[in-house]
Ligand binder design. Structure first.
Ligand code: UDP
Ligand code: MG
Length: 325
């Protein structure tokens, strides 16, 4: 429906995090706009520019001139995908909020299906489930498969498999999410863990429309660790078990050493001592490191620093003559 959502509460907010996505902005807008215009819902599109260093923000502002429902929220610096989602969720005004990737790997055509599913079935959450990932690299499929299997174990059985950040949530869910003090939210786990009634819509994941992935291995590992540490303290327990096992090993070695001593066998002893010291200091360091990971999380929570800072929101700012934020 082609009604400007400025100031009003739209039926639907579409939150799109974008980091250095200048190559996809135009194709994304071209695909998304007709889909949204065809629905009977009033809408806004909240494009969150996650501190891009390319022309993403400028291109978005250009499009916003001819598409009043397009709104640009610009973060002061690159804060990461999940923080960009946080910014979008916090600023979205819609009765329903959909989050979608900018690279058209999540087809915008699925959004009306999600909205219909939510309304017809009276649920608060609709997950986009990737029924087909054949366009992803085998490495991405493999690591993703492992990730979802592991997280299912950690978070519980309610976790939909292969559901990333393409999802629709109701205003009620958004309000709960906004109140959580979490510093490193992982929404694909957080939302299912809340226990709202949910439905699924299946789709096949397309190839990236243009540009390259903004999720290098480093970020994938960071997401996996955030996911784990957010939902379980089991690694700390692992530290305890490592301690127990090494204590047992110590006892055995001590007995062996005493026996050797009693036998009068004069062993040089240096090698065993050296290895034992190395081994047990390694175990201690691992345990300390694990403790540090969790203490670090507590520290960040206590500091209460913002996870992201919005530098500009086109819904609040007036364009200057040049139209620059
Ligand atoms: N993204 C972001 N900030 C970042 C990294 C990624 O806003 O620091 C956005 C990116 O622009 C895209 C979405 O998050 O819209 C998913 O990223 P991408 O498609 O690169 O991840 P992949 O599909 O390769 O896992
Ligand atoms: Mg992608």
């Amino acid at each position: 429906m082609d009604i400007s959502a400025a100031g009003a509460t739209p039926d639907l907010s579409v939150v799109v995090p974008m980091y250095n996505e200048q190559d996809v902005v135009a194709v994304f807008v071209e695909r998304l706009r007709p889909v949204l215009d065809r629905t009977d819902a009033t809408y806004e599109v909240v494009a969150v520019d996650d501190g891009s260093r390319d022309a993403t923000a400028r291109l978005l502002l250009d499009h916003a001139r001819s598409w009043p429902q397009l709104r640009l929220v610009r973060l002061r610096r690159n804060s990461g995908h999940q923080a960009a989602l946080t910014a979008g969720l916090h600023r979205a005004r819609g009765r329903w909020v959909v989050s979608i990737d900018a690279d058209l790997q999540d087809p915008p055509e699925v959004i009306p299906e999600m909205l219909a599913a939510a309304r017809d079935r009276g649920v608060d959450v609709v997950y986009g489930v990737r029924a087909d990932r054949s366009t992803d690299t085998p490495f991405k499929r493999g690591t993703a498969g492992l990730y979802y299997r592991l997280m299912r174990r950690i978070v519980g059985a309610d976790l939909p498999a292969q559901a990333g950040d393409f999802r629709l949530v109701s205003r009620d869910v958004v309000e709960v999410l906004r109140r959580l003090p979490e510093r490193t939210p992982v929404y694909r786990l957080l939302v299912p863990s809340l226990g709202f009634a949910a439905a699924e819509v299946r789709y096949s994941r397309a190839a990236r429309a243009a540009g390259e992935t903004k999720y290098p291995l480093r970020r994938m590992i960071a997401l996996a660790w955030d996911s784990t540490a957010n939902f379980t303290a089991a690694p700390l327990r692992l530290a305890t078990w490592l301690g127990v096992v090494s204590f047992a090993a110590c006892l055995v070695l001590a007995v062996l050493g005493l026996v050797a001593y009693a036998d009068g066998a004069t062993i040089p002893g240096w090698t065993s001592l050296f290895v034992a010291v190395l081994l047990f200091s390694a175990v201690q360091l691992i345990c300390l490191g694990l403790l540090g990971e969790y203490v670090g999380r507590i520290y960040r929570t206590v500091q209460d620093r913002p996870t992201h800072l919005v530098g500009f929101d086109s819904a609040e700012a007036l364009f200057d003559a040049a139209g620059e934020p």
